[in-house]
Design a protein around this ligand. Structure first.
Ligand SMILES: Nc1nc2c(ncn2[C@@H]2O[C@H](COP(=O)(O)OP(=O)(O)O)[C@@H](O)[C@H]2O)c(=O)[nH]1
Ligand SMILES: [Mg+2]
Length: 76
């Protein structure tokens, strides 16, 4: 049976979600990649990554990164 391993794709999209804490970035990521939603998601420390590969004509690999809120940088 033929199958595609994960690193085989035609196009790679890298999407970075930025925004204030608690606006729903981590849940957008988990809904898109695992179809999961959590009412009790913990606030993200650092960066979260996930990928999903779709086949719509071509094979599209979508890498979503959801990083900590921009306001975290104000202390730097
Ligand atoms: N009702 C509702 N709650 C949401 C939605 N998206 C996120 N939340 C809630 O908002 C809170 C913060 O979400 P989270 O994804 O952790 O936000 P982040 O800090 O931007 O990553 C969590 O309690 C989620 O369950 C949504 O579309 N509807
Ligand atoms: Mg988060």
């Amino acid at each position: 049976m033929a199958y595609k391993v994960d690193h085989e794709y035609d196009y790679l999209f890298k999407i970075i979600l930025i925004g204030d804490s608690g606006v729903g970035k981590s849940n957008i990521l988990s809904r898109f990649t695992w179809n999961e939603f959590s009412l009790e998601s913990k606030s993200t420390i650092g960066v979260e990554f996930a990928t999903r590969t779709l086949q719509v004509g071509f094979v599209w690999k979508i890498l979503i990164s959801c990083n900590f809120p921009a306001s975290s940088f104000s202390v730097l």
